[in-house]
Write a protein that binds this ligand. Structure first.
Ligand SMILES: NC(=O)c1ccc[n+]([C@@H]2O[C@H](COP(=O)([O-])OP(=O)(O)OC[C@H]3O[C@@H](n4cnc5c(N)ncnc54)[C@H](OP(=O)(O)O)[C@@H]3O)[C@@H](O)[C@H]2O)c1
Length: 281
């Protein structure tokens, strides 16, 4: 049982607000303090600061989380920083694994200014990739080179050359362009459709990149359940040693969630939006 201190908001949850039934309780990314250890003795003890991933129900004062879905936080990692990690961090980490090894590989990341994108840029660069970050407007690219991108382009149609790995989350024309930019035997990981637009494909689109792959991705099922705790712990350790810098574009009280959701929907949050359960971070 975790006493929740902070949580973050994901673009996917904006859709769930609209699509899910009345009575559904949202909340996937939480950080806080263990109030009661799991009855079977697994997981962190009461009093430990932790980050956790839930399927739902996280936006609460107290949340019951399976012990294999959490990782302990060192003092150097704040509750707000930790809350940015579960959905966005695991998605960035695990989509990038589809391109391993990344050393020297050209990697193109769409939605680079967003929650997943700002983490993916950093993890890819730290792994030795040459990262091209795609943003919608010039000002959305601010800071991405400092995070490790070697180039920032306004729109995927400005992409030059071919890429061994492409992380694609915008959909529509962006996905069609991604397939034109992948290299032979390279991979396009399709993990979102922020534009809501469909994409038309034909076999001929793969002519310049024979045997390339379009890989769908879903973070809850991409790897085994028992991999959540070690992957969360890995992300936490990278924040603790300063090699991953969570980009908190907006941090407010949970009471301001409507304002925060509108900002995220309008693509005005640089990185992640974090909500504080009771004003403490
Ligand atoms: N499959 C999975 O397991 C999984 C996991 C996590 C997230 N996702 C999906 O991945 C996407 C990114 O998630 P996120 O949390 O990083 O979202 P986010 O923080 O809102 O970032 C999305 C980015 O996409 C860009 N974008 C381009 N065209 C857009 C459009 N028409 N509408 C909205 N955004 C647009 C925006 O950047 P500019 O304004 O610079 O263009 C924005 O920064 C979402 O679609 C989300 O649902 C999927």
């Amino acid at each position: 049982m975790i006493g929740v201190r902070a949580f973050s908001l994901n673009r996917g949850e904006l859709r769930s607000f609209v699509n899910n039934e009345e009575g559904w309780v949202p909340g996937q990314d939480i950080s806080g303090v263990v109030l009661q250890q799991a009855a079977d003795g697994s997981g962190p003890m009461a009093g430990c600061r932790v980050v956790a991933l839930m399927d739902e129900f996280g936006w609460a004062e107290r949340a019951a989380v399976p012990s294999h879905r959490m990782a302990v936080l060192p003092d150097a990692v704040s509750f707000s920083q930790a809350a940015t990690l579960p959905v966005a961090g695991l998605t960035a980490l695990r989509t990038l694994r589809h391109g391993a090894p990344l050393l020297g590989k050209r990697v193109l990341i769409t939605g680079a200014a967003g929650g997943v994108g700002t983490i993916a840029v950093q993890l890819a660069a730290r792994s030795g990739a040459r990262v091209t970050a795609v943003v919608g407007r010039a000002e959305r690219g601010n800071g991405l080179k400092e995070l490790g991108a070697i180039e920032v382009i306004e729109g995927i149609d400005k992409g030059q050359g071919r890429f061994g790995l492409i992380l694609e989350s915008v959909g529509g024309a962006s996905l069609a362009d991604a397939i034109k930019l992948v290299e032979a035997k390279g991979t396009v990981v399709v993990f979102g459709n922020s534009s809501g637009e469909p994409t038309t494909l034909t076999f001929a689109d793969f002519r310049g990149a024979p045997n390339s792959r379009v890989q769908s991705f879903s973070y809850f099922t991409s790897e085994a359940e028992e991999r959540f705790a070690p992957d969360l712990a890995l992300l936490v350790s990278l924040v603790a040693d300063g090699s991953l810098k969570p980009q908190i574009g907006l941090e407010r009280s949970w009471r301001d969630i409507a304002v925060v959701a509108n900002q995220l929907r309008a693509r005005r949050v640089a990185g992640k939006a974090v909500l504080l359960a009771d004003g403490r971070s």
